[in-house]
Unconditional design. Structure first.
Length: 297
């Protein structure tokens, strides 16, 4: 058995010497100057060149893959952080825009109140028509108690909203101008013709009708309608709306007139409740008729 094992041991020894010696010989040949190389060194270098190129290429490829993997992980983390930051900034921008819109609405209401000399109570709408295509006749505001009472006029800087209906504790119901039960004495800002404005019945649009407009009055589509001040409920010259249709002259005493309200009831967020009418103008003159914001009579 020892005789059979001897050749294998020699083979292992020779193989070990080759594996250990060849790198040493190769390193020795690589460190020599080109002029000092002998034939064995050149043969050794020529034989080792393909293997060296393969090993170098594999190492370089592994290194590139490793760097690319870690680079992609780093980039993905950066992308996640950037997406989170973008979401935060988008939310902050929306909040800032909301605050700007709120401040602009408050500024317009304050300017309207000061311009008209009104004593008002501000209120926030807490229940309103869900859509401009759904004709709701009432809305609710977050004021009540001792501040509001039934019948008080409700307005915005755009025009007349309606008047306070029922008051429930800390909130109140507002009957809109388009409610058929509503009635407001109005005049045309151009011709000064008078009429009684009511909410139009049987319609799904925000529309009012003018009663008792004499047939002889020169009424045109586009004419502005404002409060007359008669009865002392609404102050004089508050914008109500604009004539959208004038019925045909059928020979009767009165003519049919439709009015589109100046206020977009579906977009109301804040209103002013008039607590006391403004002082009468000196000399009994007629106060200036102020059109809705952005519009001109």
């Amino acid at each position: 058995m020892s005789t059979l094992m001897l050749p294998r041991r020699w083979r292992d020894l020779v193989l070990a010497l080759l594996l250990l010696g060849l790198p040493v010989l190769l390193l020795r040949a690589q460190l020599r100057e080109p002029g000092d190389l002998n034939g064995f060194d050149r043969l050794l270098l020529r034989a080792a060149s393909p293997l060296e190129r393969a090993v170098t290429g594999a190492a370089a490829g592994a290194q590139r893959w490793w760097h690319r993997y870690f680079l992609l992980v780093h980039v993905e983390r950066e992308n996640e952080a950037l997406r989170a930051e973008r979401g935060r900034l988008h939310f902050a921008l929306q909040q800032a825009r909301r605050q700007l819109r709120l401040a602009a609405r408050y500024e317009r209401l304050l300017a309207f109140r000061q311009r008209r000399g009104l004593e008002t109570v501000s209120a926030r709408v807490i229940g309103r028509p869900p859509s401009p295509f759904v004709r709701a006749l009432r809305l609710f505001v977050d004021r009540g108690g001792e501040l509001l009472r039934r019948g008080m006029p409700v307005v915005t800087d755009e025009g007349v909203v309606g008047r306070v209906g029922r008051v429930f504790g800390d909130y109140a119901e507002v009957m809109l101008l388009v409610d058929p039960k509503s009635a407001v004495d109005v005049v045309f800002s151009r011709s000064r013709a008078r009429g009684l404005l009511r909410g139009a019945e049987g319609t799904d649009r925000y529309l009012c009708r003018l009663d008792y407009v004499l047939r002889r009055e020169a009424v045109r589509v586009g004419d502005w309608v404002v409060t007359s001040g008669a009865g002392g409920l609404f102050p004089e010259a508050l914008v109500v709306g604009q004539v959208s249709r004038v019925g045909p002259d059928e020979g009767g005493l009165y003519r049919e007139v439709d009015v589109r309200p100046a206020v977009d009831f579906g977009q109301l967020k804040e209103v002013l409740v008039i607590a006391a009418p403004p002082p009468a103008p000196v000399g009994g003159g007629t106060p200036e008729v102020l059109p809705a914001r952005g519009l001109a009579p």
